[in-house]
Design a binder for this molecule. Structure first.
Ligand code: A2P
Length: 266
């Protein structure tokens, strides 16, 4: 990688690498190889969850790297879904939220003994979450965007952790959008790199998923160029607001929640 990794700093002083690796839908051997390749390239921020059904493989690979002495635990930023007790026990340093709307964030923020440091939500050029970002900024909560490339080609296998309802979606063509292509050509970067650089320049962390070493390398290589104010403005225009949302995280038990189906404006 050329260029230097950037970090977001939480209210509590801990830092999160602004670019990380998404691991949903990556299973078995694929995920072990992807983690190996990503650590080799320099990724140090890895997003995980029990629902991705790959914690054992990720844990095994990380242990191999830690045991080898090639990386230290303090250099790694591992995201999982943890809470106050984990911080008290010293097993987690910061608490983040995921898939919460502004009202839900506010409620946790008001009632939590240990305030949330970060909110992870779907965020890409078609769904830029500008109001939610402003809301989080006011509470000193950083934001991390998942599916920053718009999840091109995601076909969740089997019992998927997240359901992508393709029938009701706007086109998922961020990667081939002509505005993105034009900016990419100007900077001699790929469309994916422009999409990721845009998110990073918004001050938001991005966790593109890939199991392919070339694409892992490409996605990590976004710190040696800068989008101009004009580029940023052109990309901002691509926002479709909530019509650009692609993922409806659906867990059956959710339907029993009093706020279901969570249709808040932001
Ligand atoms: P693969 O794992 O084969 O690289 P998102 O993070 O928005 O969900 O995007 C992930 C999807 O995009 C995966 O299907 C991944 O496939 C693909 N992908 C990741 N990086 C790139 C890239 N740089 N160019 C094209 N496709 C990519």
């Amino acid at each position: 990688m050329t260029g230097k990794m950037e970090y977001l700093t939480f209210f509590n002083g801990h830092k999160m690498p602004i670019l990380g690796l998404g691991t949903a839908h990556a299973l078995g051997d694929d995920i072990e190889k992807a983690i190996d390749a990503a650590l080799e390239i320099g990724y140090r921020h890895i997003d995980t969850a029990r629902r991705y059904n790959n914690e054992a493989q990720i844990g095994r690979t990380l242990k191999k790297w830690l045991d080898s002495g090639k990386i230290k635990r303090e250099d790694l930023f591992i995201v999982t879904k943890a809470m106050e007790g984990q911080v008290d026990a010293g097993r987690a340093r910061s608490i983040g939220l995921s898939n919460f709307n502004a009202r839900q964030v506010k409620r946790v923020w008001q009632s939590a003994r240990i305030k949330p440091a970060n909110l992870q939500v779907e965020l890409h050029v078609y769904f830029q979450q500008s109001q939610l970002r402003a809301f989080c900024r006011a509470l000193d909560i950083t934001v991390c965007g998942y599916i920053p490339l718009g999840a091109p080609g995601v076909r969740p296998p089997g019992r998927a952790a997240i359901t992508v309802d393709t029938s009701k979606q706007p086109k998922r063509d961020q990667m081939t959008n002509p505005v993105v292509s034009q900016i990419a050509q100007k900077h001699r970067k790929t469309n994916a790199q422009v999409l990721l650089r845009y998110v990073v320049q918004l001050g938001v962390a991005a966790i593109p998923k890939s199991t392919n070493p070339d694409r892992l390398r490409q996605n990590f290589d976004v710190f040696d160029f800068e989008l101009s104010a004009e580029d940023m403005e052109a990309l901002e225009q691509l926002d479709k607001g909530s019509a650009g949302r692609q993922v409806r995280a659906f867990i059956p038990e959710m339907a029993n929640h009093p706020e279901y189906p969570f249709n808040a404006h932001y």
